[in-house]
Design a protein around this ligand. Sequence first.
Ligand code: ZN
Length: 192
Amino acid sequence: MHLGSEADLHRRFRTGRPCLDLVHTGGDGGMAQFEIAHTPDDLGRLLGRILGLPPLEADDADLVAARRLRGAITRIAYDVAGGSLPPVPVDARRPGDEDLVNAAAAAPPLVPALLPDGGRAVVAPTVTAALSTLARDAIDLFAGPLVARIRVCAAENCGLLLVDTTRAGARRWCSMEVCGNRAKVRAHRAGA
Ligand SMILES: [Zn+2]
């Protein structure tokens, strides 16, 4: 699957939580090989995709800020998903990661607007506002009951995060279509 292709984005951005979708745009260390936010334009396009907006205008400072926030959310997410480890090394949670999230959340978030036709729009979206919205989503997730349902996909070589919102709490794969089926086929071939 070509990095950044439509199929790739579809696979990355399906956690149901925009803050975790941001994690899936790449990162440092072992995550660098999955990077798709290389330029400010990439960032603007990806943030729009994650948040259901047209591409946002972004500059170099936005890219630095987005990567800083992404790093903190990444480290916290894989830390709380403890027990299910990603196939590549992810940096350990650091003191101050919460401060990075809180600082981004302190900026005004995206402002929704109701349109006369019943539709919805966002008023003058900026990257700073988008990062605030993502940081607030992270705070809701990490400080809420679903924190215990954050996991790393059980498929080998996947490493994507998921939030198990099923009643039984037995979800193991980021997607049934990709990783779930692959695991089933492998188990079938192994005679399991
Ligand atoms: Zn997976």
